[in-house]
Write a protein that binds this ligand. Structure first.
Ligand code: ADP
Ligand code: MG
Length: 292
């Protein structure tokens, strides 16, 4: 495209809340054949809320939330914020946490009041050889409702399941449909468990998804699709998404996401809506048409 038509295109996109870093990104956008979408904060709002607290017989909700919120007060993960917020809403006071340890893509652990607390996904608790008993079935039911169940253990014994739900953005379904109608292969990627991922993917009409993807594995997925011959777009909001955004043919950051994601991306969707993806493709197509 001529420098002039690229300038016009970048300006048009900016009016629609789409910030394009360079002319190359604008020209590649319409060639994207596969779009990878992160789940949390990209397809969903990224502000999970506690929906269910299921406790083992020796525990009560109050105690579990007090301990879990104390543990999570050391974490900056959106899931942690949901736990802390839910305790605060119920007027539960938290104490200080020492020896806090975040296990990326899995959960958190710490010592609180002499108790060792562990909170995270099924994989983490299995690795620590904690009996999950009939909580497994309950967790599966919650996951089938698109909720994320997390397991909470005290001194290596399961104390509760706490589930959170992160609402899907109002327009994600329509925006994803536009991409598919344009012939784009849409793939969802998430660190969340398989059953929850499946439920969300079904709700938004995405057939292909990868769950339980560790933070460092996200960019590998981009490369895999590139090796299949796809021109890959990656859309994400988190620190975890940054390497994948950088390596994709076109990286799209959610404008309400983290600074690291925005800095790693070629295009930023200021409005946070996934409609920005099909909009960017449309501007890109118009720009390329102008040169021919
Ligand atoms: P996502 O890509 O969905 O943001 P992550 O890779 O950050 O997910 O985490 C994957 C899973 O690990 C979460 O779904 C959750 O079960 C568990 N996990 C991660 N961080 C925490 C935390 N601070 N507290 C509890 N569980 C966590
Ligand atoms: Mg995210």
């Amino acid at each position: 495209a001529t420098p002039m038509s690229v300038m016009v295109g970048v300006g048009k996109a900016a009016e629609a809340g789409i910030l394009i870093r360079n002319g190359e990104a604008l020209q590649t956008a319409s060639k994207v054949s596969a779009m990878i979408l992160d789940k949390t904060g990209t397809i969903t709002l990224g502000s999970p809320k506690v929906t269910d607290v299921l406790v083992a017989s020796e525990y009560d909700e109050q105690t579990v939330l007090q301990l879990a919120a104390t543990l999570e007060s050391g974490s900056e993960h959106p899931l942690a914020q949901a736990i802390v917020e839910s305790a605060r809403e119920r007027g539960i006071e938290t104490t200080k946490v020492s020896n806090f340890n975040a296990i990326a893509g899995h959960g958190v652990e710490a010592k609180v009041d002499g108790k060792s607390l562990l909170f995270g996904n099924e994989k983490l608790l299995r690795e620590r050889q904690i009996e999950l008993g009939n909580f497994i079935e309950k967790a599966q039911e919650l996951a089938a409702e698109a909720k994320t169940p997390m397991y909470f253990a005290v001194n290596n014994e399961l104390a509760a399941i706490i589930a959170v739900a992160d609402p899907i953005k109002d327009d994600s379904v329509a925006a994803i449909k536009r991409l598919k109608d344009n012939g784009v292969r849409v793939v969802m990627l998430t660190g969340d468990n398989r059953a929850t991922a499946k439920a969300v993917a079904e709700k938004v009409g995405v057939k292909e998804f990868f769950a339980e993807v560790l933070p460092e594995e996200k960019s590998k997925k981009v490369q895999e699709l590139q090796m299949e011959g796809e021109v890959v777009g990656m859309t994400g909001d988190g620190i975890n998404d940054a390497p994948a955004l950088a390596i994709a043919n076109v990286g799209f950051a959610i404008g309400t996401g983290t600074d690291v994601a925005i800095e790693s991306a070629d295009i930023t969707l200021m409005r946070g809506s996934l409609h920005g993806l099909a909009d960017a493709v449309a501007v890109s197509k118009a720009t390329l048409r102008n040169i021919k």
